[in-house]
Ligand binder design. Sequence first.
Ligand code: DON
Length: 565
Amino acid sequence: MQKLFLLSLLGLLLFSCKHNPTMVQSHKHLIADTAMVVSANPLASKVGVQILKQGGNAVDAMVATNFALAVVYPRAGNLGGGGFMIIRTPKGTATALDYRETAPAKANKDLYLDKDGNVIEGLSRNGGLAVGVPGTVAGLYAAWQKYGQLKSWQKLLAPAIKLAQNGFAISETEAHRLNKYKNDFLKWNPDNKTFIRDRWLKGDVLKQPQLAQTLQLIAQKGPKEFYEGKIAQAIVDKVTKSGGIIKIEDLKNYTPKFRKPIVVPYKNYRVISMPPPSSGGVALGQLLEIVAQYPLKQWGFHSYKTTHLMVEAEKRVYADRAKYLGDSDFYPVPVDSLLNPAYLKQRMADFSLDKATPGSAIFAGYFQLHKESFETTHISIIDKDRMAVSCTTTLNSNFGSKVIVDGYGFFLNNEMDDFSAKPGVPNQFGLIGAEANAIAPHKRMLSSMTPTIVTKDNQVFMVLGTPGGSTIITSVFQTILNVVDFDMNMYDAVQAKRFHHQFLPDYIMFEKKSFSQAVTDSLKQAGYKLKQVKYMGVVKAILLRQGQLEGAGDTRNKDDDVEGY
Ligand code: DON
């Protein structure tokens, strides 16, 4: 009996060793006075706070949190992807940092077409040809060089290196994601021992010794190693082996760009967001300007009138996106015209409160969205001096192209799918595009990522952003309205149900319980089709009101986490 007891005690001990007891709890809601980090994983948020406590500013914390996410959130946190950051200094200057991937020099507008001019399904989404030239390492370095306070670059990578070396206990969602994509991992990386297991379980320890070494190289030698050194060569080798066309020159030529952010007024607020090559800032600005002309508060949250107005605004804005938005270094995106209040007023001239605006020919189309569940990730940070950073970063799909750089342990993006492979043919988000977003060498693919900072009386008021592909823009839009027009606190604004219309496909996507039965009936009567989806957007946001920070993670992701002090 005693033996049995000892044996089961031993079993229990072994079990708890395998299922690492250091599994960290996440918090979705926090009030604090000094500084705050919200990200998709508690280990990463804690890294951000640790850097802030060591005297780093919001940019230092952002860089460190990003590297940590590349370890603990490999489906979207990344070295092999790209992203955007909005940075606002304590003095009130705002900058947009663009470290979006670029098309390789050998790419051309027909890259994904067969000899009859039809899009070859999947080519822009999986394997080497889907990979854009990664921008993350150069982007994070540029942010730190220009705005960082800590002198040591190595210090910013140290926590991530430790997490990769020692491993960490994976969450249930992480285990689920790793299991779900096992066959894709196997297809492109048959020999990979790190990510491929019979079955991952919650609490299993994920150790990434190769990634730890890669991070160590970047810590010691800076981005040069990634863009010109051994890591660069390994990227090229693996991409080539997987059917892609990235050459060492593409990596050498990669440059992140500081850009002028989009700044638009909304009521007593100013909204600062991402310019092209993201459509986020322009689209968000258009939506806010349109709805500002109507009494939303009086109409009420998710009432028929409010929903109908927002949907009609969204249809027009996404139609504009499809036609006019792309990389402004390659195509003359008419940003000012698109944001011009007179233009937007005229755009809504045929809006009627009773019915859905009848579609033009293009409305007739109906496309099924691609089945894959999408991932990107967002980080919001405010530091003690009220420097604010909003950063959205991605590999595009979960684990990007699923291609892992052999020997170096990180995933490469499949961002090339964000280009318009052929005018009018939808990408995985059902988004269409035209010449503005056609593929060209070195061009950046159009994005929907919308890292945003809202100010009031020249002070930071809100920092927010989200993953969600095409629904990013409307999720950010709704979260702002929830606070500004519907008087919600940050937490409720983030948890509130969401809906979305992107012109094509021609239906309102909505989360369960978004609308009352009466509102649903009225929307149908007005001529709308409705489609329920599991969820959209996973917003991470901080509100600064009366000197207090209120952070909110999204309950849509179990691992979303706010840390602060
Ligand atoms: O840049 C974009 O718009 C997309 N690549 C973002 C992908 C995304 O949000 C996937 N996740 N949820």
